[in-house]
Design a protein around this ligand. Structure first.
Ligand code: ZN
Length: 297
């Protein structure tokens, strides 16, 4: 769901995470598990395998889209686990920005609902920091969409055309879209490819373009903007008298996949379907592998 990535949405939801079957395969829907207070961390290590950071969108009280028995934060994490399994069997080091229903922030810095804008911003910054600390080759954020019109369906992939590696991000986005198209088509699941989209001006606010936080260039946040969005500058790290702070952006090509519309009854039925979920996981994983292969990895 894009609105939450634009730091506008926080909704309440139950706390659950995926489980594994006896065969070790992820099971959907997930069953409840205890709340973890620890956040995933990544440590740079010497390696030869390509490293891909998978970013399951949303967590905790900021749950993304929810309808028809599907809650986005849970679905995103389940998809990330399925994709990671596939990548690891092909020799790719897959790192998740979160492995449970926790914000991607250090344990002592877990945002709360009262942090508002600042909490979501810190969570998104932590996801970027994990990818940079891992020196990942690729960053792939995983979401599902929501819309007011229940007839809107399909999947789409975003990239940012303003980054130094925009061409590779665009190629990755295309590979991901094509991978999902091939995998869903092979199994006969009906939905629609909505395309590869530059997110540079995804949202305009007071004459300024806002891309998706996790894909865009370093973002300058103004103290007055924080106040307008209901946040507290000090919670974002503003020093007394400091008017702006600048975010840290990803240092590698990346894309954000929106896997179907939870708001569509037909798409939500596919998101509840084991076969369709596995097909989409294969599509994303093969898209990543195809892209890596095209780069000689
Ligand atoms: Zn989302």
């Amino acid at each position: 769901m894009l609105s939450a990535l634009l730091l506008l949405v926080a909704t309440g939801c139950s706390i659950v995470s995926p489980t594994a079957s006896a065969a070790g395969e992820p099971v959907w829907p997930p069953t409840p598990s205890p709340t973890s207070t620890s956040a995933p961390t990544a440590t740079p290590v010497a390696r030869r395998a390509p490293v891909v950071v998978l970013d399951p969108g949303h967590a905790v009280d900021e749950s993304g889209a929810a309808a028809h028995g599907v809650v986005e934060k849970e679905s995103n994490l389940d998809m990330a686990v399925r994709i990671a399994v596939l990548l690891r069997t092909r020799g790719v080091e897959a790192i998740l920005t979160r492995e449970a229903d926790v914000r991607a922030a250090p344990p002592g810095e877990q945002p709360t609902r009262t942090d508002g804008y600042g909490g979501t911003r810190n969570d998104l910054q932590a996801r970027i920091d994990i990818a940079n600390a891992a020196r990942a080759d690729l960053f792939v954020s995983l979401h599902s969409n929501g819309a007011g019109d229940p007839s809107v369906r399909g999947y789409e992939v975003y990239y940012n055309a303003q980054r130094p590696f925009a061409a590779e991000s665009q190629a990755l986005a295309r590979a991901l879209l094509d991978g999902v198209t091939a995998a869903l088509g092979a199994e006969g699941y009906p939905t629609a490819a909505r395309g590869v989209i530059d997110d540079t001006c995804l949202k305009a606010f007071q004459g300024r373009c806002f891309p998706l936080f996790v894909l865009g260039p370093p973002r300058v946040t103004d103290r007055d903007e924080v106040y307008r969005r209901g946040g507290t500058p000090e919670a974002l790290g503003f020093a007394p008298g400091q008017q702006t702070i600048t975010s840290r952006a990803t240092e590698m090509p990346g894309a954000l996949v929106e896997l179907l519309f939870i708001s569509s009854p037909e798409d939500a039925a596919l998101l509840r379907n084991e076969g369709a979920r596995n097909a989409m996981a294969r599509g994303v994983a093969y898209g990543i592998l195809d892209h890596l292969a095209s780069k000689g990895r």
